[in-house]
Design a protein around this ligand. Sequence first.
Ligand code: XIL
Length: 347
Amino acid sequence: DLSLKEAFKKDFYVGAALNNRQISGQDANSIALVKQQFNTISPENLLKWEAVHPQPDKYNFKPADDYVAFGQANKMFTIGHTLMWHQQTPKWVFEDADGKPASREMLLKRLEEHINTVVGRYKGKIAGWDVLNEAIDDQLGDLRKTKWLEILGEDFAAKAFEYAHKADPKAELYYNDYSLYRPEKRAGVIKLVKSLQAKGIKVAAIGMQGHYGLTKPSIEQVEASIVAFSQLGVHVNFTELDIDVLPNPSRRQGADIAETFGADAKYNVYTTGLPDSVQQQLTKRYADLFALFHKHRDVIDRITLWGVTDADSWLNNWPIRGRTSYPLLFDRKYQPKPAFQAVVQAA
Ligand code: XIL
């Protein structure tokens, strides 16, 4: 059988996010799949600020070093994620020694030092960085109200991109976000990227995370954003693809669950395995998405799945713990699912 990377060799890279267990050698089965199937990797958590730089004067480079070494050894297009985000960033970053809000000068200095240290360490080895993650508000498409905006002001994004470019001029720099098929959010990202471009900053690609459901968003909605972003002269990547087959209790307070599974249903509905009918929906969903990606292969450089097997997926714990979801292309026994075959055939 063709592997994913072979099937899409002429189109784009195909990859997966790796976790600490895989990187530290505790999941040999997953690593074997990664080597066989993928030619790009992303770090699920280990390069986030809280992981790599937990205290002001303490960096924790071991997992990241191992991750980058794995990418180098296997000639993979190695991604860094992420330099500026409002989550998984320690509180101290935004505070002075007395616990008061940091000044603009203090925070800029910290940001520059962090980016220079982390990006500089992997210069020439990490090929592309998610410089800025999730900076656009879901509803309005305005800049999200974060500490970065509050303390630095509107040029926070430009600063992060400038520091990253200085630390590794050859690395590709990305803006990454979710729900970018939403018209308001799409418009917000376009505005942000244009403002960066007007300052002479090169945004190599917009990363559409791709945390999708079985039916939403529609293929047309996703396509509209691919097209709109490509008109900015940037590439488009799908950076955290997974398809949640479960209802999402946080979004509509259980309304989805009741509608789909009846009033008595709980959120964790497929504990003993995925019913065939849902497996088929998942397969079709992946096939439709990869057909869309293939169609837009000229602007798409990379498709990255957010995990290797269903067992690894963050969706087993999000938005609440104790879910059993089936969002990826390999099952809990490391076997390809029907969706895998469908994806290979979409090439
Ligand atoms: C998630 C990880 O998968 C989890 O392990 C972690 O607990 C929380 O973050 N958007 C992103 C990713 O950009 O970094 C997030 O990853 C998922 C949503």
